[in-house]
Design a protein around this ligand. Structure first.
Ligand code: FES
Length: 120
């Protein structure tokens, strides 16, 4: 079904405690995280510090530690935690019947979700 929510595939395609990336043609790459508690979050895949690839970071609780300089970023808000300051945009998402759904207008922005087979 099309509409407000964009189906990006089954939640089982992401191992708990890890992330996958979603290319957006003409836009920013999105990182979709699944926590060990099986909660899902989507953020732009750029650390607010120096644009490190958050999708390659360590997920603990609802936080990801950036692989470059170890900033901790809240998956819920996109904000840097502790003494660090900065924020990365988050994309509203939900899981319905085992499928991951991104808020379409937030996910696509000015770009187009590439028809990547990894998210089919
Ligand atoms: S780029 Fe992420 S902590 Fe520096």
């Amino acid at each position: 079904m099309t509409g407000k929510w964009l189906d990006i595939g089954p939640v089982t395609q992401i191992e708990p405690g890890s992330a996958r990336t979603l290319p957006v043609a003409g836009g920013e790459e999105i990182a979709v995280f699944r926590t060990m508690q099986s909660e899902c979050y989507a953020l732009i895949n750029k650390c607010p510090h120096k644009q490190g690839p958050l999708s390659q970071g360590l997920v603990h609780g609802s936080v990801v530690t950036c692989p470059l300089h170890n900033w901790n970023i809240s998956l819920k808000t996109g904000k840097a935690l502790g003494d660090d300051e900065g924020c990365v945009p988050t994309i509203p998402m939900r899981v319905d019947a085992g499928r991951m759904l991104l808020l379409r207008e937030a996910a696509i922005g000015g770009g187009i979700i590439a028809p990547a087979d990894e998210v089919a």
